[in-house]
Ligand binder design. Structure first.
Ligand code: PA5
Length: 402
């Protein structure tokens, strides 16, 4: 993985001076960033063995979890597994999504992971209740087809004891959107057959050489201060769309506090060139850009030498055409002096995803330190949650029936 800062708008020295001010070398420790303590030993073994036991009997795992309790695994699954049918995600209470998913699964061959740190999330608990009832009606409710993941002592642990299902703990100090390297991300990853060791190695390598993550934070902060309140994330791959969702949650929930925040904006190359690029290049200079390019795709196709309509594409691969378009976007942004960080991924693999997840988790904590906000927790989300709960407790529908 190469992270390139030459178009980022400031010399590296400026980033270093800024980082010195916050004593950045002392930030990369478990008391500040608990997620940098990667799983090892018995904890890792118990996750792997749980996944292996599920694999023996089931071919699909339905992951039920919201936000940080599913986005990381979903992004990894899309990037590495190209969304094969080993994993399915229920991360919305949308009744259509639930019906469609439940109608298409082979119930005999399907296991379920209910993931909630708090064990109280309305959507997760609602979906779980529907699924447990379905399993009961189908006479398929058995502890071996279900796994619970959550904080020790939460309501899911109690339920796991009742159903005789495994319960995997999330270390208490690791918050939802920072939990991809715990059972939250690793159980689905093991089940799907991904190389978890390489995934962790990518994260480990970032921790061992963390400067790119610090520079990302410093650069984004200096541009934020200069009025660039929007941060664009634009991978040149359809299989990184879920990564942009993961990034959006991390950046928005961690920094959107006390009237501050940098709004994440998701785009996908090349498709978004035909929708939003005009704004990026010639609209207001209020954005910071993160572009990602993958050098080696799992498959590539070559056009015939005598290509029809556009002769200059003859004999080129789709990868080469995509590269040219990526360079075109970069060129256009450079012409307008728009700040860009570029990521060159050798391929879309477990290692690269592990590296990226860790880089952004470190970067967001450093950015929060620079901004003076607490990156952990999302207190404002509670306002709406409390109101929804009140409506449900009082048996009101919030005006739906008017
Ligand atoms: O980042 C976070 O903490 C949140 O997005 C949570 O992951 C999300 O709200 C789900 O919470 P829980 O895991 O408690 O069900």
């Amino acid at each position: 993985m190469k992270v390139l800062f030459e178009d980022s708008g400031f010399p590296l020295l400026d980033y270093e001076l800024l980082l010195e001010e916050i004593d950045y070398k002392n930030l990369l420790k478990p008391s500040v960033m608990p997620f940098t303590e990667l799983p090892t030993g018995n904890y890792l073994i118990s996750i792997r063995e749980t996944a292996e036991r599920l694999q023996e009997k089931f071919s699909t795992l339905v992951v039920v979890g919201m936000g940080g309790s599913s986005r990381g695994a979903k992004a990894l699954h899309q990037a590495v597994g190209k969304e094969n049918s080993r994993l399915l995600f229920l991360d919305n209470i949308d009744p259509d999504l639930l019906s469609e998913t439940l109608n298409r699964i082979d119930w005999d061959k399907t296991a379920f992971a209910f993931i909630s740190k708090s064990g109280k999330t309305l959507e997760t608990v609602s979906l779980m209740n529907v699924i447990l009832e379905e399993l009961k009606e189908k006479e398929l409710l058995s502890g071996e087809r279900i796994v619970f993941v959550g904080d020790r002592g939460n309501a899911f642990q109690e339920l796991s004891e009742e159903l005789k299902s495994p319960f995997l703990e999330i270390p208490e100090e690791i918050g939802g959107r920072f939990s991809v390297f715990t059972a939250v991300g690793l159980l689905p990853a093991y089940f799907a057959g991904y190389n978890v060791e390489r995934f962790l190695e990518g994260a480990y390598d970032l921790i061992a050489t963390p400067l790119p993550a610090f520079y990302i934070a410093a650069s984004k902060y200096l541009h934020y201060k200069a009025g660039r309140k929007i941060s664009v994330v634009m991978p040149y791959s359809s299989y990184m769309a879920e990564f942009t969702e993961w990034y959006a949650q991390l950046w928005a929930e961690s920094l959107g506090k006390d009237g501050q925040g940098q709004t994440p904006l998701k785009a996908i190359g090349t498709s978004s060139q035909h929708s939003i690029l005009q704004l990026f290049v010639d609209g207001p200079d209020d954005k910071f850009y993160q572009l990602f390019f993958i050098n080696r795709r799992s498959s590539d196709l070559k056009l015939p030498e005598g290509a029809k309509v556009l002769p200059y594409i003859g004999g080129k691969t789709l990868g080469e055409i995509m590269r040219a378009e990526f360079e075109g976007t970069l060129y256009a942004l450079r012409q307008k002096s728009r700040p860009v960080i570029r990521f060159e991924l050798s391929q879309l693999s477990e290692y690269q995803m592990g590296y990226l997840f860790m880089a952004y988790m470190v970067a967001v904590v450093v950015m929060a330190k620079l901004m003076g906000v607490n990156p952990y927790g999302q207190p404002a989300v509670e306002i709406g949650k409390r109101y929804a709960r009140q409506l449900l407790e009082e048996g009101r529908d919030g005006g739906m029936s008017q």
